[in-house]
Design a protein around this ligand. Structure first.
Ligand code: ZN
Length: 337
């Protein structure tokens, strides 16, 4: 049995049309027997995760693949589909058994188990694949302990690292991997793909702006009706700044949302005000530059990035949000004087 975290039940392999050339590239390395021992793939979209790793692994293990599509029928494919391929190990962020929160890091014990797995004799006469995602979330100790394995790789093994932020993967690790990048598709391909998923042109344009060109995120935000959420939040935020509703009321519309949406809304507000304070706002004819407010906003936004909602299921979310919104209002009101 592959070592898979308990909370992952079944993974359906998946890839998207714009990933085809990267898949072809990896497959061609394998066919030429030039596959490296460690591959670091930077996916610009946070939506690319386990399903893509499953697809890529299945493709590399498949005995009869037609281009970038595994046959789905051979022994490797069948075992991968039922998550029982014995020479495949996947490590990701786990949920803490007691607190039910997702861990902030991939723990050293997980990496140690994985290293142990690398050097075990393979069960099939095929590649042994070890995958880590998100690679930037390895603890420092975990990252250090895998270095030696990257330097002295086991034969027939491939260590597959998937990250959304290459810059956060230690340079010692990056330098020992072959690095490939999975970009967002161009606008036309994104629009076509979103149209196939039922979005009209106006919706696609709007949501691709929200997602800065990431069609997978655009589709996700669309299914969460993000445009309506933004509209409601903007109007409530205006009332809050004008003292027409209190912080508690404003928070009440946020805490019912998915944490990732809350983070996104706050980023949007920070961005809008930082443009305004630095005199770049398009809406103001005669911009007033507020260096102090700009600096305070930057400090607050850094705090939000580092502390607020780093964990999902955060019980203190309401309190933390109230703190942020009160500080934010203070900065905005002081900048008006
Ligand atoms: Zn197959």
């Amino acid at each position: 049995m592959p070592k898979i975290d308990d909370d992952i039940i079944t993974i359906q392999p998946a890839y998207w049309p714009w990933q085809q050339s990267l898949l072809e590239q990896v497959l061609s390395l394998k066919k030429q027997a030039r596959l490296p021992h460690a591959l670091l793939i930077e996916a610009k979209s946070e939506q690319v995760g386990a399903a893509f790793i499953w697809h890529l692994t299945m493709l590399l293990l498949c005995n009869n693949n037609q281009s970038v599509v595994p046959c789905g029928l051979c022994q490797s494919c069948s075992l991968m589909k039922s998550n029982t391929y014995p020479d495949f190990t996947f490590v990701t962020l786990m949920t803490d058994g007691k607190t039910k929160k997702i861990n902030k890091n991939i723990k050293i014990e997980q990496i140690r188990n994985l290293i142990h797995e690398v050097y075990l004799t393979r069960r099939y006469n095929n590649l042994k694949v070890i995958a880590i995602h998100p690679a930037e979330k390895m603890s420092i100790a975990g990252a250090n302990s895998i270095l030696k394995t990257l330097e002295e790789p086991a034969p027939y093994s491939l260590i597959l690292l998937l990250t959304h932020n290459k810059g956060k993967v230690p340079v010692t690790i990056r330098s020992r991997c072959q690095v490939l990048t999975l970009e967002h598709p161009d606008r036309k391909m994104s629009l076509d793909w979103l149209a196939q998923h039922g979005l009209n042109q106006a919706e696609s344009d709007l949501y691709l702006d929200f997602s800065t060109g990431d069609p997978l995120l655009a589709l996700n935000l669309h299914s969460n009706q993000y445009a309506a959420v933004v509209k409601q939040f903007k109007s409530q935020f205006g009332l809050y700044i004008n003292n027409e509703i209190d912080v508690n009321k404003l928070c009440s519309i946020l805490v019912i949302l998915d944490v990732s949406l809350v983070r996104r809304l706050l980023k949007m507000v920070f961005r809008a005000y930082s443009l305004q304070f630095s005199g770049f706002s398009e809406k103001t004819k005669q911009p007033k530059i507020h260096k102090i407010a700009g600096r305070q906003l930057l400090i607050l936004s850094t705090q939000v990035d580092q502390q607020l909602m780093v964990e999902e299921n955060n019980l203190n979310l309401q309190l933390q949000l109230e703190d942020v919104l009160i500080s934010l209002k203070g900065i905005i009101l002081r900048s008006n004087h």
